[in-house]
Design a protein around this ligand. Sequence first.
Ligand SMILES: Nc1ncnc2c1ncn2[C@@H]1O[C@H](COP(=O)(O)OP(=O)(O)OP(=O)(O)O)[C@@H](O)[C@H]1O
Length: 650
Amino acid sequence: MSAPSEVREFQAETRQLLDLMVHSVYSNKDSFLRELISNASDALDKLRIESLQDKDLDADTTDLHIDLVPDAAGRTLSVVDNGIGMSRDDVIGLIGTLARSGTAELRKSLAEVKDAAAADDLIGQFGIGFYSTFMVADQVTLITRRAGESTGTRWESNGDGTYTLDEVADAPQGTSVTLALKPADADDHLYDYTDPGKLRQLVKRYSDFIAWPIRMDVTSTVETEAGESETTVESETLNSQKALWAKSKDEVSADEYNEFYRHVSHAWDEPLEVISLKAEGTFEYQALLFIPSQAPFDLFMRERTGGVHLYVKRVFIMDDCEELIPEYLRFVKGVVDAADLSLNVSREILQQDRQIRAIRRRLTKKVLSTVADIRASRPEDYATFWQQFGRVFKEGLVNDPDNRDAILAASSFESTDGAEPIALGDYLGRMRTGQDTIYYMTGESRQQIENSPHLEAFRSKGIEVLLLSDPVDEMWVGSGVTFEGKTFTSIAKGAVDLDEIEGADGSESDRTDRSEEFAGLLTWLGETLGDEVSEARLSHRLTESPACLVGDTFSMSPQLEKLYRASGQQVPVSKRALELNADHPLVTALNATFAADDDHSSLVPTAQLIHGMAVIAEGGELADPAGFAKLLAQRLTDTIDPDDSAAEAP
Ligand SMILES: Nc1ncnc2c1ncn2[C@@H]1O[C@H](COP(=O)(O)OP(=O)(O)OP(=O)(O)O)[C@@H](O)[C@H]1O
């Protein structure tokens, strides 16, 4: 006896998404067919793999294919495969909820959808998969039986809040999806999807490369010699099934590449670049890789989809083969087809495999050189690339020391030279006479760094400084990296001496050493602020501010300390040096007052305020903000004496 029909409700965000689909104005409604065929093709791949791995699996794999079954009279279209199928639980989990999308990200985006254009964008960005059927159908019925199981499941919904589930005793292995089509309406980009001509055209355009035959029964009427008309039905295979990666680049059109990209990446954008690669000799393989034009929403999530698929002699082996491409190039999508691996290859074997490692090395180099080429020849595309993937790409500077030079050469960095990110090569070209290192400063945002007092002398001398504000920058820039022989030097660490460097106006500094003049004050400050600072000294980097804080050459920046602490690691607080601007009136006045009297106790609050100001000026956080505010209020009160309108000196 079969279980009774069960009605279930969609989750809130699934309902929202369905509502979007049902009322969609998305102009490319045709893409529902690509999505269904893509799913069917995946299901056939999975069945082939599973039957290879599990000899006892009770499944028929003799004629794996996809059928399109249009019914003009009934206004339905079915897409049928005899692949892996789904269990009842699969249907509930994969179809009944948004498989990939129960994420905060999509929920947030859905909440923000206000108009048709925003909805269009969202559909394009997330790739809606199975649910795209509701753009063209009033009702969707899915019947499926998982290979090896005896009963099947029927899922049905008309896109409102609920779906029904039934048990089906005699379902064939695999999945059929039947769409009760909305009336054709060309103005709304809805076509007649029961028309064999239209289906033929769509398969050619979107799914020609699919490795499995996509068939359709075509009825034709011919006149016999006796003058009678005779109707015949013939099965027609609509796709050429040619693996695009086996063809050379000039045999494949941009549209074909686009559609293949969408199939392997589950994305809806267009690739920024297609990389086709063929290796002959000891290890034979072909690769077809894509650099997308849009970062997927899950780029920084642990559980990602997509990646590079592995094939062996045209047979699909696994998706997202992490061994083929390093983590920092995880945005690259595509296919590698290796000729000499076993069809039974497992993830464990892959990790050890010499051939796989060789392929990975080559693909990595190829992607890096391709990015460099894009930069050289297509600045706008490069800007898109950098904006979408720069943060991920730079992870390679930490994780892939072997390719660091190539990664640096293909990277961009913000700098004091303008709003647009610049290449390091350009930086080198603009270095001042006498400058022998690349100056940078890290911080939480460009604005914070730009306001920091450390930049003052560099700015007044016209020396360019890189402004590094991505968390990953902290990780690589302090690790002894060089670029074309030049080291990287933080302007917020160590001693800085710009005297040797010629200014933008050709001037040379003639700074006299004034440390003797300030010696007493500096020693006293170092002792008085001993809990906070390592020492007090005169600065060569300030022109406007009275003071700033400077770390040791090899110390962590405050941002990096914060990052480590945020990730739960114990990091000792490192003391930095307090640097004073000997030309600032506050500092000269303080020095004069200090020299005039042996009792310095009244200057202690001033010393603490100067230290606090240096912390605030670089955008840092005061250890004791309330104490600072109290001191400041006291000092301000001292300056406003109603009995004496003259302001006091500090
Ligand atoms: N014909 C099918 N045979 C077997 N399983 C299927 C079939 N169609 C869909 N599925 C299962 O349902 C899941 C959800 O499909 P859906 O198209 O919504 O998302 P997806 O294919 O994972 O990703 P995308 O949203 O990018 O298309 C699939 O991942 C697959 O596991």
